[in-house]
Design a protein around this ligand. Structure first.
Ligand code: SF4
Length: 956
C-alpha cells in the first residue's frame, strides 16, 4: 500500500442505539469518508443523515477548532485554562481525589460517566469507583435514558435483557410503538419498519404518543394520549382484553405469577375512566387493545416517552404486562423491545456501570452478588451503601456532600434536568475533572482539570446495541494532539491512586490493552444471563454477536466455560431471541406481572403553568451536538432553536410565528422564538432536547445566564429507576418585549467558522436573548457538487440598542471589518447595517451581513446569502432598514433532504404536478429530485408531504 492509499477500517456508528456498522475510509492520519457496512446485521450497509456525515466531523479543520488536544488546568474558576503535561495532570487529579477520600471518606467523590463510553471504558471506571476507591457513587447519563427500561425488565422478566431483535420487525403482524419517534431517533431501524410495511401491507402499526410525530404519520392507528398517561392506557387495554377474552390464559397460568392482583387493579380502568384520563376516543382504545392482543405476533418498540418519567418503571412494566397477558413474547415477531438511545447504554448496563448495579447484571443490593464481584476483582468487599444516581449525585455536590467530581464523555451542564441545581453543584464542588474529546461542551467551563480523550474513528473497544449485539469499535486514525483513550486515562489515574495508598491493594489495573479489560468483563459474565464466555474479540470483529453466548451453549448459560479466547474462525452462536422456552430468569422460572397503577405526571399543568412542555430529538442532531453541531449542513432541517405550540393555541393567545416568548417553569425561564406545529395538541409545547447554552442563551433580568431547555425541566424522578421526568414540565409561555433585534450571518472559511461560532457564543450572555448556530450549503456527500461550506448565524434581541463596541466585535468575528464592507448607521434610532459582497468573475454574492435595530428585511437578505444568489443589483438596499427587494428573491424554505439539499418548497412544487396513488407520487418525486434516495431519513416527511400536497389537476 502506498503512503497515500485509502485504508478501510470496520467500526460502529457512535450515535444511537441502533448500532450500525460503518466502514471508515482514511488516508495517512486523516478520516476522509464513511459508508455503511453491508455485512453488519444492524444496518446492512445503510446509514442515516447523522451516520453518513460522520467523516465530516473529523476533518482537520473541525479537529483544530473543536477538540481538546492537551490536558489543561484552570487555576481559578472563570479563568482560561492553562496547558500542562499528562503526568502533572494525572498526579494532580490523583492527589486531589486521594486527599478528599482521606479527609472526607470515599463517598465524598463521584463519577458521572456516559453511554457514549465503550464497554471497556465503562468497566475500568466502575471498578475504579467500586473496587478501588470503595464508593458506589458512579452513575451515568444512561440514567437519563434507559434506567426505567432496566427496572421494568427486572421487575417483570427477571433480568435486564431486551428479549427481541431487529429481525422481529420482519415477523411481526402488529408493531406497537409507544413513546418513541423512531423515524427520527432510530432511523435505520425505521427504514426496516418501512420496508416491512411495504412488503406486507397487512402489518399494522399502532403509535402511542402525545405528539403527532413523523413516526405517528406512518401509523394505521395513532393514539394521541395526554402526556404521562401511558399506564392508564395500558391498564385500560388489559381491562378490555379481559372483557373480550383476548388474553392467553394458558400462558398466564403456566409461565407467570401475580396476575390476580393485576386483574383486580385493572378492573378500575374502565373504558370511560381511561378515555377521560388519556384524552382519546373509546374506539381508539378498543382498536389498540384488539390489534395488540389478537394479532398473530405483536412487537412493541418503546423509548424515552416511557422511560423519562416519574413513573417510568410502571410504564415499562405495564406494557410488558400486556405481552405476558397475551403470550406475545418468546416467539418470532413478538415481545417487548426497548430501544436504547445511546450507542452503548447496553454495554454500561452489562458491566454494572450504574450506582445500583454490579458487573454482569448483578445487583448491588444482593450480598452474594457483591461477594462474587469482590472475588472477581480480588478485593475484600464491594461497598454495600447504594451510590448516588445522576440527580442525587449533582444534588449532593450542590449540597457540599460530594466534593470531587469526575465527569467523562458527557455534558451534564446541558443534558441534566433542573440545570440551576447542576450548575450550583459544579460551582460548589471543590475539584471537577472533565474528561472529554471536545472543548466546546458547557461543562468544560466548570472544570478545574480538563483531560483530552479520544473519540469515534480513534477509539478501540466494543459497544452493545439495542438488540444485545456486541460490535467492535476500531481506530482508523490515531487520536489527535495528546488525547488518550478513556480506559487508559482511568487506568493511569487508578494506578496513581494505588501508589498513594488508596484502595485495598495494588495491581488491580494491570491492563495494557482494551481486549485485556474486555476479557475480564467476559469472565465476570460466566453463568449469568448475559454470559459471553463463548465469544472473543477476534470473533466479534469478524461478525458482531448477540448475547447470551456461553462457551457451552448446552449449559444454558450456567457454564464454567473457559474464558480463554476462542480462535477467530470458530463459529459463534449468540441468542437471537429470549424466552422462547417460556422460562424466565426468576427463582421459579416464571415471569411476574407488576401491579401497575397510574400516577399522573409529577408536575401537572395548572392555571399559572398551563402548558405541558415535552422534549425530544431532532432528526439530524445528536444529544448536546458536540459532534453534529460542527456541521452546518445538519442545520438545514431545523435551523435554529424554537419552542413549538399548536396553531390554535397561538391564535388564541395572539402569538405570531417567530416572535420571542418567555418559557417559564418553576425552576427557570428562557427566551426563545415560537413556532407553530400541527404535531401538538392544544395545551402542549415542545422543545428539542439539544438546545443548551451552547446554542441558545442570554442573560435574565436577574442577571443569571440562561441555560437552554433543561433550565425548565424537572428533576422529579421515578422512585424505582431514579430516571428523571425529562418528558414533562408545566410551563407558562408569555410574549417577550424586546423590540431591538439583530441578525448577523456570514459564510466563513472552513478553518475559521467553528472558532468564530465559539467566540460568538461567548457574546450571547451580553444580550437578554441570543442564539448562535452554524449553517451550511449541503454539497453532495460524494464531493460532486463543490466544497462543503459553513457559515454562522447569530441572532439577538434586547430592550434597546447595544453599544457599538459589541456590534464591532460581532462584525470582526464575521469578517465584516474587511475593507470594502458597505455600512450604514443611525445611532439615534438604534439602526446599524453592514454587508460584505464578493465578486468572483462575473458573479457578485453576499458573503456577510449584519442587520441591527430592524430585521424586517431578514427573509430576502438571508435567502440571498444562503442560496448564494447574484447580489450585484441589491447594493444599497441591503443597508436600508425594512427595505423590500426590488425583484422577488426566491424564498429558501426548510431543507427536507439533507443528502441532496432539497427544500420543502421544491418538493411541494414538484408534488403539485405528480398524480397517481401515494406510493406512485412518492416514487415520481424521488425520481425527479432524488430526495430520500440516499440515507432515507427524510422519507417519513416526504410521505407526509405527499399526503398534504394536492396535485394541481385534482385540485382543479
Ligand atoms: Fe448511526 Fe443513524 Fe445508525 Fe443510529 S441509525 S447508529 S445514528 S447511522
Amino acid at each position: 500500500m502506498s503512503d497515500a492509499a485509502v485504508r478501510e477500517t470496520k467500526s460502529t456508528c457512535p450515535y444511537c442505539g441502533v448500532g450500525c456498522g460503518v466502514i471508515i475510509e482514511s488516508r495517512r492520519e486523516q478520516i476522509i469518508g464513511v459508508r455503511g457496512d453491508s455485512d453488519h446485521p444492524a444496518n446492512f450497509g445503510r446509514q442515516c443523515s447523522k451516520g453518513s456525515t460522520l467523516h465530516l466531523t473529523a476533518t482537520p479543520e473541525v479537529i483544530a477548532q473543536t477538540r481538546l488536544l492537551q490536558p489543561m488546568q484552570r487555576l481559578q474558576r472563570g479563568a482560561a485554562p492553562q496547558p500542562l503535561g499528562w503526568d502533572a495532570a494525572l498526579d494532580l487529579a490523583a492527589t486531589r481525589f486521594a486527599d478528599t477520600i482521606r479527609t472526607h471518606g470515599p463517598d465524598a467523590v463521584g463519577f458521572y460517566v456516559s453511554g457514549q463510553l465503550l464497554t471497556e471504558d465503562y468497566y475500568v471506571f466502575n471498578k475504579l469507583a467500586k473496587g478501588l476507591i470503595g464508593t458506589n457513587n458512579i452513575d451515568t447519563n444512561s440514567r437519563l435514558c434507559m434506567s426505567s427500561a432496566v427496572a421494568g425488565y427486572k421487575q417483570t422478566l427477571g433480568a435486564d435483557a431486551p428479549p427481541a431483535c431487529y429481525e422481529d420487525v420482519d415477523h411481526a403482524d402488529c408493531l406497537f410503538i409507544a413513546g418513541s419517534n423512531a423515524a427520527w431517533a432510530h432511523p435505520i431501524l425505521f427504514r426496516r419498519i418501512e420496508e416491512a410495511k411495504k412488503k406486507r401491507p397487512g402489518l399494522k402499526i399502532v403509535v402511542v404518543d402525545p405528539r403527532r410525530t413523523d413516526t405517528a404519520g406512518t401509523a394505521d392507528l395513532f393514539v394521541q394520549i395526554q402526556p404521562g398517561t401511558d399506564v392508564a392506557l395500558f391498564n385500560g387495554m388489559l381491562h378490555l382484553m379481559l372483557w373480550e377474552g383476548w388474553t392467553d390464559s394458558n400462558y398466564i397460568s403456566t409461565r407467570t405469577r401475580g396476575f390476580e392482583e393485576l386483574k383486580a387493579t385493572v378492573r378500575d380502568y374502565t373504558p370511560d375512566m381511561v378515555v377521560q384520563t388519556c384524552g382519546i376516543a373509546k374506539e381508539t382504545l378498543y382498536e389498540a387493545a384488539r390489534l395488540f392482543a389478537t394479532s398473530k405476533a405483536t412487537l412493541s418498540l418503546y423509548c424515552q416517552g416511557l422511560n423519562q418519567s416519574s413513573s417510568g418503571t410502571a410504564k415499562n412494566a405495564a406494557l410488558i404486562n400486556l405481552h405476558l397477558a397475551t403470550g406475545q413474547i418468546g416467539k418470532p415477531g413478538a415481545g417487548p423491545f426497548s430501544l436504547t438511545g445511546q450507542p452503548n447504554a447496553m454495554g454500561g448496563r452489562e458491566v454494572g456501570g450504574l450506582a445500583n448495579l454490579l458487573s454482569a447484571h448483578r445487583d448491588l443490593a444482593n450480598p452474594q452478588h457483591r461477594a462474587e464481584v469482590a472475588a472477581l476483582w480480588g478485593v475484600p468487599t464491594v461497598p454495600e451503601k447504594p451510590g448516588k444516581t445522576a440527580v442525587e449525585m449533582f444534588q449532593a455536590a450542590a449540597d457540599g456532600e460530594i466534593k470531587a467530581l469526575w465527569i467523562a464523555c458527557t455534558n451534564p451542564a446541558q443534558s441534566m434536568p433542573d440545570l440551576a441545581t447542576v450548575r450550583r453543584a459544579l460551582e460548589r464542588a471543590e475539584f471537577v475533572v472533565v474528561q472529554e474529546a471536545f472543548a466546546t461542551p458547557t461543562t468544560c467551563d466548570y472544570a478545574d482539570l480538563l483531560l483530552p480523550a479520544s473519540t469515534w474513528g480513534e477509539k478501540d473497544g466494543t459497544v452493545t446495541n439495542s438488540e444485545r449485539r456486541i460490535s467492535r469499535v476500531r481506530p482508523a486514525v490515531p487520536a489527535p494532539g495528546e488525547a488518550r483513550h478513556d480506559w487508559q486515562i482511568g487506568v493511569d489515574f487508578a494506578r496513581r491512586l494505588e501508589a498513594l495508598g488508596i484502595g485495598p491493594r495494588t495491581g488491580l489495573f494491570a491492563y495494557e490493552t482494551p481486549e485485556a479489560v474486555w476479557n475480564e468483563h467476559r469472565a465476570s459474565t460466566r453463568g449469568r444471563d448475559l454470559d459471553i464466555t463463548g465469544m472473543s474479540y477476534a470473533q466479534i470483529e469478524r461478525a458482531p454477536q448477540q448475547w447470551p453466548c456461553p462457551a457451552d451453549p448446552a449449559s444454558g448459560g450456567k457454564t464454567n466455560g473457559n474464558a480463554t479466547a476462542s480462535p477467530a474462525s470458530a463459529p459463534v452462536v449468540g441468542k437471537k431471541r429470549l424466552y422462547e422456552d417460556g422460562i424466565f430468569p426468576t427463582d421459579d422460572g416464571r415471569a411476574r406481572f407488576a401491579n401497575t397503577v397510574y400516577q399522573p405526571v409529577a408536575e401537572p399543568r395548572e392555571s399559572r403553568y398551563p402548558f405541558a412542555l415535552t422534549t425530544g430529538r431532532l432528526r439530524d442532531q445528536w444529544h448536546g451536538m458536540s459532534r453534529t453541531g460542527t456541521l452546518g449542513r445538519l442545520f438545514g432541517h431545523v435551523a435554529e432553536p424554537c419552542v413549538q405550540m399548536s396553531p390554535g393555541d397561538m391564535t388564541r393567545r395572539g402569538f405570531t410565528e417567530g416572535e420571542l416568548v418567555h418559557v417559564t417553569s418553576k425552576r427557570g425561564s428562557i427566551l426563545v422564538p415560537l413556532q407553530a406545529s400541527e404535531e401538538l395538541a392544544s395545551g402542549q409545547a415542545f422543545m428539542a432536547m439539544h438546545w443548551g447554552a451552547e446554542y441558545l442563551s442570554g442573560m435574565s433580568s436577574a442577571g443569571l445566564p440562561l441555560a437552554g431547555v433543561n433550565a425548565l425541566t424537572t428533576s422529579a424522578f421515578c422512585p424505582s429507576s431514579k430516571q428523571p421526568e425529562l418528558k414533562h414540565a408545566a410551563v407558562k409561555i408569555l410574549k417577550a418585549e424586546l423590540p431591538w433585534t439583530l441578525l448577523a450571518m456570514a459564510w466563513l472559511p472552513a478553518e475559521r467558522a467553528l472558532a468564530a461560532r465559539e467566540a460568538l457564543r461567548r457574546l450571547m450572555v451580553r444580550f437578554p436573548f441570543a442564539s448562535c448556530v452554524p449553517f451550511g450549503n449541503a454539497a453532495p456527500l460524494d464531493g460532486s457538487g463543490g466544497a462543503q461550506r459553513t457559515g454562522v448565524l447569530f441572532r439577538a434581541a434586547a430592550h434597546e440598542a447595544v453599544p457599538d463596541e459589541l456590534l464591532a466585535e460581532i462584525e470582526q468575528l464575521l469578517g465584516l471589518d474587511a475593507a470594502g464592507t458597505l455600512r450604514y448607521a443611525d445611532r439615534k434610532r438604534g439602526q446599524h447595517r453592514a454587508a460584505r459582497l464578493q465578486r468572483e468573475g462575473e458573479q457578485t454574492t453576499l458573503q456577510a451581513v449584519l442587520l441591527a435595530g430592524d430585521t424586517r428585511a431578514e427573509a430576502w437578505i438571508r435567502s440571498l446569502l444562503q442560496q448564494e444568489l447574484p447580489a450585484q443589483s441589491y447594493g444599497r438596499l441591503l443597508l436600508l432598514p425594512g427595505a423590500q427587494a426590488p425583484v422577488a428573491v426566491p424564498a429558501r424554505s426548510r431543507q427536507v433532504c439533507t443528502c441532496f439539499n432539497v427544500s420543502e418548497n421544491t418538493i411541494e412544487a414538484t408534488l403539485a404536478s405528480c398524480s397517481g396513488s401515494e406510493s406512485q407520487r412518492l416514487s415520481a418525486l424521488q425520481q425527479t429530485l432524488k430526495c430520500g434516495t440516499n440515507c432515507g431519513s427524510c422519507v417519513p416527511e416526504l410521505q407526509r408531504l405527499v399526503r398534504r400536497v394536492v396535485p394541481l389537476k385534482q385540485a382543479a
